[in-house]
Design a protein around this ligand. Structure first.
Ligand SMILES: Cc1cc2nc3c(=O)[nH]c(=O)nc-3n(C[C@H](O)[C@H](O)[C@H](O)COP(=O)(O)OP(=O)(O)OC[C@H]3O[C@@H](n4cnc5c(N)ncnc54)[C@H](O)[C@@H]3O)c2cc1C
Length: 421
């Protein structure tokens, strides 16, 4: 929520500055960064207050303390108490790991938590990492006049997402003036006068970028250190609590949910995992299991990137037989009205039945648009069904009908050996 609140502010400024596109004369669109941050803080305080109230007025006792396991039945609390439980659910989240980049600790760096608390934007910023958090932060600061450089190790940003979707976002970020380096190897960080320098290898050359600040966004690790799990017998691999589809750990009365166990750091999954674990503790006779078929991921940059189900890298890795078709936003009525020409939608479907196996969207409101495909996949709809479903005109959502129609026709005509990319 804090990053999304800030990104929305950044988008409003960006749109206002681009007003001439629609015949407006906005003049200079300045900003008061303290007030941008203050609005975010007030909103988060509101949400958090509401949640706190729900917890403390809930049908259970709410204890605020740091917990450590003494054994598989007892936790010691930082307020001196010891609690005994017949069941436990561990949901301790994730944390930023200690950086392994030589010199970074001595040079000083920001994590996303600290970046969210800044009272003025840095003049320049090097972002280490090219995942969702890194790119959202990069675009937010760039839209508040920070000179931003992104350094990503993989061949493209957003590892795990279709390469051309990532490329569409990279292109848009570069056009906004963000320098994006991919396929790099970080070498070291050091102080340079009043600034900070990151040295890295790119295209076989040694490069250096100097900036006022460095944002460390190379991923998070499960927050399980110091929890005393070794005294419980719960199996942990690389810091991650091992659970089965019922969210049960290797110790039958202990469960885990959220980032401390999940390979996908996403809020709605953490919530569902918690619900599944809670249900299985309360009603062992009617067990529930997690189903990751509808895994959704959204990056709230502009253009947004959203995927559900089967992705390109996964289809390749698992050699899933499928057909796919795309449609670009630069040929779609509503996105042209919005001057949102970057990106495309992609549908993946079963070769013969046409069942929708996955969706990918990079473009305007992708985080909203993907939910049409989530709903379709939840009900195991086919591209043939999606193609004839009514879509109001002109809307962004009607763009899905084009790849759906193309795939439906190809299945009808038996042309299912090639993908249209
Ligand atoms: C900058 C940023 C942006 C993100 N944006 C999105 C987004 O847009 N959408 C999305 O779906 N996800 C997003 N995420 C990921 C999302 O925040 C996590 O997936 C989610 O919060 C995980 O929930 P959780 O309950 O597992 O952990 P958390 O929300 O981290 O909660 C863990 C809780 O456990 C407490 N705790 C830890 N150790 C102990 C202990 N020993 N005793 C007692 N309590 C303890 C912590 O204090 C904390 O309150 C983002 C993450 C970051 C960092």
């Amino acid at each position: 929520m804090p990053t999304k609140a800030l990104l929305y502010a950044a988008e409003v400024r960006h749109l206002a500055r681009a007003g001439a596109t629609w015949g407006l004369r906005p003049g200079k669109v300045g900003f008061d960064f303290e007030r941008v941050m203050a609005r975010k803080d007030a909103q988060i305080a509101d949400f958090a207050g509401y949640r706190r109230k729900q917890l403390s007025e809930g049908a259970f006792e709410f204890v605020r303390a740091q917990a450590t396991f003494l054994d598989p039945e007892r936790v010691a609390l930082s307020d001196g108490r010891v609690l005994r439980g017949r069941h436990f659910m561990v949901a301790t989240g994730s944390r930023v790991p200690a950086p392994s980049l030589a010199g970074l600790v001595e040079t000083g760096y920001l994590t996303s938590d600290e970046a969210l608390g800044l009272r003025r934007p840095p003049r320049s910023l090097v972002v280490l990492g090219g995942g969702a958090v890194a790119l959202e932060m990069a675009q937010f600061f760039a839209r508040f006049d920070t000179r931003v450089t992104v350094i990503q190790r993989s061949a493209h940003v957003l590892r795990g997402v279709d390469a051309d979707a990532a490329a569409a976002l990279e292109g848009a970020l570069r056009r906004e003036g963000i320098r994006v380096y991919t396929g790099t190897r970080l070498i070291e960080a050091k102080r340079s006068g009043r600034g900070k320098t990151v040295v890295f290898e790119h295209d076989g050359k040694r490069r250096r970028v100097e900036a006022e600040e460095i944002l460390f966004a190379l991923g998070r690790v499960p927050n399980t250190e110091g929890l005393g799990l070794e005294r419980t017998g719960v199996k942990v691999e690389g810091g991650r609590i091992v659970t089965d589809a019922a969210m049960r750990t290797s110790v039958p009365h202990m469960y885990a949910a959220g980032d401390c166990t999940s390979p996908h750091e996403v809020v709605h999954l953490a919530v569902t995992q918690g619900e599944v674990a809670g249900h299985n503790i309360a009603r062992p006779g009617e067990p529930r299991r997690m189903d990751y078929r509808l895994l959704v991921q959204v990056v709230f940059t502009e253009p947004q990137v959203a995927v559900v189900g089967l992705t390109g890298p996964e289809a390749e890795r698992l050699a899933v037989e499928h057909i796919e078709a795309n449609y670009p936003f630069n040929d779609h009525g509503k996105s042209l009205i919005m001057e949102a020409r970057d990106g495309f939608v992609r549908l993946r479907a079963h070769r013969t039945t046409g069942e929708i196996l996955g969706g990918c969207c990079v473009g305007p409101q992708a985080g909203e648009l993907i939910h049409e495909i989530v709903a379709a996949m939840a009900k195991r709809m086919t591209v043939q069904e999606l193609a004839v479903m009514p879509h109001y005109h002109p809307t962004l959502a009607e763009i899905w009908t084009y790849p759906a129609e193309e795939l439906a026709e190809r299945i009808r005509d038996g042309v299912t050996t090639e993908n249209s990319r």
